[in-house]
Design a protein around this ligand. Structure first.
Ligand code: S3P
Length: 171
């Protein structure tokens, strides 16, 4: 079975856009775990609002188990998925995890300029910059364990090519 390429990283680091580009470059499939959650369980905002974060995380765990059964796909995960060590185990069993990074200023800029803060329940607060900095600080050590690709000042296509070159150089 050909191993999957899994993308993690904080909200706004471009996992979905980079993942789509990478899947095109490598001519393989693409799966977005947030999209799968939405298809099977309902909108992420509604899941948080009506059932709370823990319920959302259960749905996320279920989807990760499902998508990890695919072969030869790029999987873009939600930014919080790898906070659960069981999800890391499942994803590493199916492929290799890469982490996209960006500093808090850049994340705030990307999410506010695209109006996306409101579609992310964890950032739908009075001071998104403060929420982003705090959440990023608590997650940094976990993200650091994966091979990281900095996304600041680069287009999704450039980042996808960087990951592709990295993979090709190793094979
Ligand atoms: C989350 C990230 C979101 C989504 C949910 C929770 C997180 O996905 O899964 O809002 O905890 O970081 P993106 O990273 O694709 O924004």
């Amino acid at each position: 079975m050909v191993r999957n390429i899994v993308l993690t990283g904080f909200m706004g680091t471009g996992k979905s856009s980079v993942g789509k580009e990478l899947s095109t470059i490598r001519n393989i499939g693409f799966i977005d775990t947030d999209e799968e959650i939405t298809k099977q369980f309902g909108s992420i905002n509604e899941l948080f609002e009506n059932h709370g974060e823990e319920y959302f995380r259960q749905c996320e765990r279920e989807i990760i188990i499902q998508v990890a059964k695919s072969a030869e796909v790029v999987i873009a995960t939600g930014g919080g998925a790898v906070m659960d060590p069981d999800n890391i185990k499942v994803l590493e069993g199916s492929g290799e995890i890469f982490c996209l990074t960006a500093n808090p200023e850049e994340v705030v800029h990307r999410l506010t300029s695209s109006g996306e803060v409101g579609v992310r329940p964890l950032l739908d607060v009075e001071d998104p910059y403060d929420a982003i900095s705090k959440l990023l600080a608590t997650r940094e050590d976990i993200y650091k364990q994966f091979v990281e690709f900095d996304t600041v000042g680069k287009s999704p296509s450039e980042i996808a090519h960087e990951i592709n070159d990295f993979l090709n150089a190793r094979n």
